[in-house]
Each structure stands twice: as C-alpha cells, then as structure tokens.
Write a protein that binds this ligand. Structure first.
Ligand code: C2E
Ligand code: CA
Ligand code: CA
Length: 569
C-alpha cells in the first residue's frame, strides 16, 4: 500500500528543509528571498533576518560575467532547473566555490506564480583537499619545491612559450658535490636540513618567475626565462657563491659546493628532453673538472660524451671478455741495483680497435664502478705471473713483491678482503708477496672504514703503499695512523727535480719525514741520470722508471728476471 507521506506528516517537508546539511534558499518570482535554512546561514554568513527580503545578488562574487547568468536563466526558464558550480561571496567578503541546484516551482493555487528553490553545498574544503593533493603530487615533500614531474611540465611550457614568441630560456642543472659524505658522515637529519636550506638559497638566487625544482636526491634545476648568457652567468655565479657559505647544523658548520651545467633554448636543443639532457651533460663535465663550477653546454661536450659512452660500453665488454692484460715495471733497490719487485699496470690491447691507455680508461672504470672487476682481473693475472717469477728466482726471490693498484671503490666493497685472500691462496702465493698501492683519497674518503680495512689487510700480511704521494692530502702525521710500509713520491716532483728547487725541497722533505717514521720511499717516473743523482743524495730507497725499464709484457719481464739484469748505477 502506498501512502502520501507528506500528507500524513505535513511538517516533514519543512523539518527536512530546515535541518538539511545543504544550504537552501527560496525566492519568489522577483528573486526576493523568502526563506533560508540554517545551513545557508552557516555557509554564507547571512542570518535569516539579514537574507530575507534581499535578492541573491548579495552573494555575487563578481567572478562570473553576464553571459554566465544569462545561460543560467535561459535553462531555468526552458527546463525549470539549473545545476552547476558557482563562485559566491560570503558576508565577510570571502569568495568560495559552491555546487548549486536551482529548480523553479509553480504555485498550484496561483498558476503563473513561480518560486525558485536553490540547494547549495560549499565546495571550499573539497577544492582545498583537491588542491592539496595536486600540490603533493607535483611537489617535493622535503623542500616544497616543484618535483621532477612539475619541472618537466614547466620546461615543456617554457619551450612552447619560447617557440610562440621567438624567445629563449636556460636550464641550469645543479648537483651538490659529494652530498653522500654529509648523509653518511653526519646522518640523514643533517642531509635533510642541508637540502631544505639549499632549496631556500636557490629560490633567493632567482626572480619570482624562475622555476626552481628538486628533480632528484641532491639534484636541483632552475629555469630562467627570457634572459641572455650574461644574466645566466650572473645567476650561476651567485648560486656557486651562496652555496659556499657554511650551513649550520646544531652549531656545527657544514661546507659544500655545487656543480652546475647550463643549456639554452633554442641554441642547445629544440625540445625539453634535449635541453635537459644537455644541461645534465654539461654538469657531468663540471664533475670531471674538479666540481664547484658551472659550464655551458657546447657541441664539443656532446662529442666527448658520445666517445665516453662508447668507451664505457666497450670497456664493459672488454672486462667481461678478459681483454685486459697486465704489464710489469721493475722496482730497483737504490743501494744494490737489484730488481726487488714490480708494479702491475693494466693494459687494454683491445681485440678490434686501437689500444687504450690507462689514463683514458681507468677514470671511466672508476666512474662506472667497473674498476672493481678490473682490479680483480689484474690482481689475478699479477698473482699468477708473480708465482712464475718466484719460480725463476728459485729461492733468491724471497723478498720479491708484486705491487697492485687498488681503487678506493674496492675498499668500499663488501667481501673484498676475503676475495683477495682466496685468489692469493689459489695461486699459491702468500700475502707477504703482495703490496697494494692506494692513493690518499682512499683514506680521506672515509677515515674510519679505511683504517679498519687497511689494518686487516696489514694483519693478514699484505703491505700497503701510498701512491702519488705529494699530490693529495699529504699529511704524514695523519698517515702515521695507518699501517703503511712505503710512500711513492709522485712523478710530477721527480720530473722537476733538477729544474725546480721547490720540487727538490719537497722530495727531500718527504724522504726524511718518511724515514723518521720508519716508512720506505720509492721514486716513480725516474728517467734521467740527473734525477737519479738527486735521489741517491737524499737517500731515497727505491726507484721505478724508464731509466731502467718501461712497463713490460709478461714474456719480456720473465726474460729480464731470467737474465738476472741489475741496474748499473
Ligand atoms: P700510477 O699507479 O702512478 O702508475 C705509474 C705510471 O707511471 C704508469 O702509467 C707507468 O707506466 C708510468 N711510468 C713509469 N715509469 C715512468 C717514467 O719513467 N716516466 C713517465 N713519464 N711515466 C712512467 P700507466 O701505466 O699509464 O698508468 C697510469 C695510471 O693508471 C696509474 O698510475 C694508476 O693510477 C692507474 N692504473 C694502472 N693500472 C691500474 C690498475 O690495474 N688498477 C687501478 N686501480 N689503477 C691502475
Ligand atoms: Ca701505482
Ligand atoms: Ca703513482
């Protein structure tokens, strides 16, 4: 059975209207407000007394033009209803979005007499939530800067704008130098603080219209529109300068630098992707040139990058296919002239191409991490060959050692020590037959872990030598904490011994200080009798260089040992 509920409960309709959570406004045909409910008062700020007798025009925000209201009226007249979103104004002046549904109703007792009833809901919160969501989707939580997605959007817009107006813009790719050290050394809180501060400083370096984004962990970008190279240079220099100011973390000063690559539209690319790639490439080259600088992209950089990439691919193949071999350069005892050891040096003859020299492929191997595999290959070859040399020496070569270069990347690698020991054992050598040459960067990179690793290498019986000494940190008192048996004076000093008094002074100082703490000295790159004389004078222990022999392939080195060649001084 069907009942007409509103006949049974005549007050129900009114109660519903009064208690509705949607705002309700009823006007007569002349738009004079006759009724508003409590929810309307909540939303608009107007009480029933204030609203009744007025027209809805008191709510007008001014955000819609005449044609908007004309459209609304047209559909009210034609269909008797209109629905949509509209911006209105509250009593306190706030403009807010609302959803509104208006119907017209005819008075049955007076045909032709119309009323308009509107049901409205406030969209402020919903819009706000939507906005917040959108913001979060394309902003970085930590710094509140636009993230990679928004940056991509902005750069695409910049390309379109520049194309339309024949304009130009630049993208700066900014990467913090050695950011990992801050995170590893001081913890992630310090890292986060630094990133937030960097974001702030970067924003201050530009104008309001420039977009600064955080596109990766420690990578930021800058879009500078409508400026020429001179202005870009000013901004880039300002960024470098601002970053040089120390960052303070709980009273502690943190120093850092940044590397910046710059690409310009339209000179350096016709699309957003190309501009970004080239700015990134320019940045990458700054890293290779000692960081803390900015470079503009040039086509030559591109050529070089393509070559490096090719080299990278070839090198990966080369290591996998075991194309690498080792050459050996004898080390001479300056007192006796005898060969007391040899240094293994990587060579890459390449099956289908020109040989590549280590100065070219070692940095690429370092950068890509392939050096770990490469060093292991050379280490295995060197151990194998040293076993043969020992056989030739037949008991006379007890103290004969092979020196192998170790990149810092190895030291950081887990399981590195046990791998070395396995190789030594398999070949039938003992750790006493092997010396590792490491540069000071190994130690400076991460003191605590370097100390632990070098100590365990040493207690297993391996010797450790500091390579290229004089070019890096070069603090002997510092190095005393490490179990070092010899220092190799860098060849740049040896080269200049007879021409530059300063080189001579430094070499002398190194030798006497090293002897003071019981460490032997080796001069590398010795080529002339002059140099030799100076070295003997200052009491250097060993030499290595073209004056006696270049690095040799296995068979030639074996011949030299078999012949028992000594250095006639
Ligand atoms: P390094 O360890 O300082 O090696 C000494 C370099 O000096 C070698 O260059 C050697 O050939 C060169 N040399 C020797 N005597 C003379 C001389 O009388 N005059 C001159 N001008 N040079 C001389 P090389 O073989 O080109 O190696 C360059 C660098 O590449 C090495 O410098 C080392 O840092 C790195 N390297 C070579 N092999 C390996 C390896 O297996 N692993 C790692 N991690 N690095 C390696
Ligand atoms: Ca070396
Ligand atoms: Ca060296």
């Amino acid at each position: 059975m069907h009942i007409d509920i509103f006949k049974v409960l005549p007050d129900l309709a009114l109660k519903l209207v009064e208690n509705s959570i949607e705002g309700i406004v009823i006007t007569d045909a002349n738009e004079v407000i006759q009724f508003v409910n409590e929810a309307f008062t909540q939303i608009s700020g107007y009480s029933a007394e204030e609203a009744i007798g007025q027209t809805p025009r008191i709510l007008k925000s001014g955000k819609h033009d005449k044609s908007f209201y004309e459209g609304m009226w047209a559909s009210l007249i034609k269909d008797g209803a209109w629905k949509g979103e509209i911006w209105n104004k509250r009593k306190n002046g706030d403009i807010y979005p609302q959803r509104i549904s208006i119907i017209s109703i005819e008075d049955p007792s007076a045909p032709g007499n119309k009323y308009f009833a509107s049901v409205i809901s406030d969209l402020t919160q919903i819009k706000h939530d939507e906005e917040e969501l959108r913001h979060r989707a394309d902003h970085d939580v930590l710094t509140n800067l636009p993230n990679r997605y928004l940056f991509q959007d902005r750069i695409t817009q910049a390309v379109n704008r520049a194309k339309r107006s024949n304009g130009k813009f630049a993208v700066l790719f900014i990467d913090i130098d050695d950011f990992k050290k801050i995170n590893d050394g001081l913890g992630h809180d310090a890292g986060d603080m630094v990133l937030r501060e960097i974001a702030m400083r970067l924003v201050q370096c530009g104008r309001d219209v420039d977009t600064v984004s955080r596109v990766g962990g420690d990578e930021f970008t800058f879009i500078l529109e409508g400026v020429g190279a001179a202005d870009i240079t000013i901004v880039a220099a300002r960024i470098i300068e601002r970053m040089r100011q120390p960052f303070s973390f709980y009273g502690r000063d943190i120093h850092l630098t940044v590397s910046i690559g710059i690409a310009m539209f339209p000179e350096n690319g016709k699309s957003a992707a190309e501009i970004m790639k080239n700015a990134d490439m320019a940045m990458y080259h700054v890293k290779g040139f000692g960081k803390n600088k900015f470079f503009f992209f040039t086509p030559e950089l591109n050529d070089r990058a393509i070559k490096t990439l090719q080299l990278e691919t070839d090198l990966r193949e080369g290591i996998k296919n075991r194309e690498m071999i080792a050459y050996y350069q004898p080390k001479i005892d300056l007192l006796t002239g005898k060969v007391i050891g040899m240094e293994a040096l990587a060579r890459w003859p390449r099956f289908n191409g020109r040989p590549v020299c280590p100065d070219e492929f070692i940095p690429v191997a370092e950068h890509t991490g392939m050096i770990v595999d490469l060093d292991t290959v050379i280490f295995e070859l060197a151990c194998d060959f040293t076993r043969q040399v020992k056989k030739i020496l037949n008991g006379n070569g007890k103290s004969f050692r092979v020196s192998v270069n170790l990149s810092p990347k190895n030291i950081e690698k887990k399981g590195f020590l046990s791998r070395l020991i396995k190789i030594v054992e398999r070949v039938g050598l003992s750790p006493e037959d092997v010396e590792f040459e490491v540069t000071e960067s190994v130690i400076v990179g991460n003191i605590a872990s370097a100390k632990a690793i070098l100590n365990s290498l040493n207690s297993d019986g391996f010797s450790i030598s500091i390579d290229d000494f004089g070019t890096g940190y070069s603090s002997l008192s510092y190095l005393m904490q490490f179990p070092i048996s010899s220092l190799k004076i860098d060849k740049s000093f040896i080269r200049n011994l007879s021409t530059e008094p300063k080189a001579l002074t430094i070499a002398k100082a190194i030798v006497s200080m090293a002897h003071g703490i019981g460490v032997k000295t080796v001069a590398e790159g010795v080529e002339t009798q002059d140099q030799l004389a100076y070295l003997r004078d200052m009491g250097c222990d060993q030499i290595q260089g073209y004056i006696f022999s270049r690095p040799l392939p296995e068979d030639e080195m074996a011949d030299l040992i078999t012949a028992g060649r000594v250095f006639e001084m």
